[in-house]
Design a protein around this ligand. Structure first.
Ligand SMILES: [Zn+2]
Length: 167
């Protein structure tokens, strides 16, 4: 990875996240973050208004980018075996994890994505700290301070997350 880009990534929290410049820089490194339409086709006149990165919960952005770097490394050395075909189809939070659907994966990329999903279950989806709680109504992982508050002022029902619970 280019050293400058490493610095750029490390300083991500201070970047004007969501700006077109940010998106352009992100997609310059990770072309697969350019969104596709509902059918997986290129978006006409795409102008970097949004990327797949926008669909990632704030607390999971760091591990998501680490994952992207791993995927890019595979693509860099795959001799175009998957290069042109690999693309995300959908990215969302589901059952307390970062769920990513993609086309054109090889086994290596599949495993990288699975690893990231697994990791996300133990990371606060709001702030990225280690998660201690899993809300039970809408299943999401939170640290001590991020468990959301209900309208009546009480915290959402949550059960403690034990490391290794999913292994
Ligand atoms: Zn948190």
């Amino acid at each position: 990875m280019l050293i400058e880009f490493k610095d750029w990534l490390a300083d991500l929290g201070n970047k004007p996240y969501g700006s077109k410049n940010f998106n352009r820089a992100l997609c310059f490194r990770y072309f697969f973050l350019i969104p596709t339409d509902w059918y997986g086709n290129e978006i006409k006149d795409y102008d970097y208004e949004s990327t797949w990165f926008d669909d990632v919960e704030p607390g999971w952005r760091k591990i998501f980018l680490e994952m992207c770097e791993k995927i890019q490394n595979v693509l860099d050395y795959s001799y175009n075996e998957v290069d042109d075909k690999f693309k995300f189809v959908q990215i969302k939070e589901k059952f307390g994890e970062l769920r990513m659907y993609a086309d054109g994966m090889n086994d290596e990329i599949y495993n990288i994505i699975e690893d990231c999903s697994k990791k996300s279950r133990l990371i606060c989806c709001e702030c990225g700290a280690p998660a201690k709680w899993q809300t039970t109504d809408w299943i999401r992982p939170y640290c001590d301070s991020c468990v959301p508050i209900k309208k009546d002022g009480t915290k959402y029902d949550a059960i403690p997350i034990k490391k290794g619970i999913y292994d």
